[in-house]
Design a protein around this ligand. Structure first.
Ligand SMILES: C[S@@+](CC[C@H](N)C(=O)[O-])C[C@H]1O[C@@H](n2cnc3c(N)ncnc32)[C@H](O)[C@@H]1O
Length: 179
């Protein structure tokens, strides 16, 4: 879903891409394999990230790794694509959701894109022992606030390794040029 939505966004291999809460996810491996040259993975935990780094070996040097809390991180630059799979839905507090959106607005270039996957409105109510927020495409778009427009949405029935089905809402959104 991530790759499909990125393709729909028309992201090019030289574009700046940040995977927020990337953890140990293999998206970065796939993007390196596709020739992407400006990749950043941010996560509050060094642990998940270290799995990805070990998996990549020497290639990990081609990625910028940031250990930071997305709620307080001050982006040092702008990115063409913000990717978040299964992070925003852990923010159940309205202030935390606003802080996330503030970071996102500071990070995404005008005209840039966002690919965000969260639990769907009929998705799980908890994950890893934590309460989660659940979204349909409209609700997720509203939460991103003015100037960010959802341009495509999809639904995924994600099957976990233990066989549980988790419905996800995916949106592709675009930040307006006016910022
Ligand atoms: C469910 S995992 C998803 C990992 C990956 N995106 C994937 O799809 O496999 C959520 C990730 O978000 C990270 N995370 C949670 N809260 C965060 C925060 N406030 N700032 C940065 N990362 C956070 C966690 O450490 C974890 O790696």
């Amino acid at each position: 879903m991530s790759l499909r939505m990125m393709r729909s966004a028309g992201v090019r291999t030289g574009d700046g891409v940040i995977d927020v809460g990337g953890g140990a996810a293999p998206l970065v491996d796939e993007l390196l394999g596709q020739g992407f040259t400006d990749l950043t993975v941010l996560d509050v935990s060094r642990v998940g990230m270290s799995y990805a780094q070990r998996r990549l070996g020497d290639t990990a040097r081609r990625v910028t790794w940031v250990v930071a809390d997305v709620l307080t991180w001050r982006p040092p630059r702008r990115y063409d694509l913000w990717h978040d799979r299964a992070v925003f839905h852990f923010l159940t507090d309205a202030d935390d959701q606003r802080r996330y959106v503030d970071t996102l607005r500071a990070a995404v270039a005008p005209g840039g894109h966002l690919v965000i996957g969260t639990f769907a409105a009929d998705g799980p109510t908890r994950c890893s022992g934590l309460a989660v927020a659940r979204y349909g495409p409209e609700g997720l778009g509203e939460r991103l606030g003015p100037g960010i427009t959802v341009i495509a949405a999809d639904r995924e029935e994600h099957r976990t390794p233990s066989g549980t089905v988790q419905p996800f809402t995916w949106v592709l959104a675009r930040r307006g040029r006016a910022g």
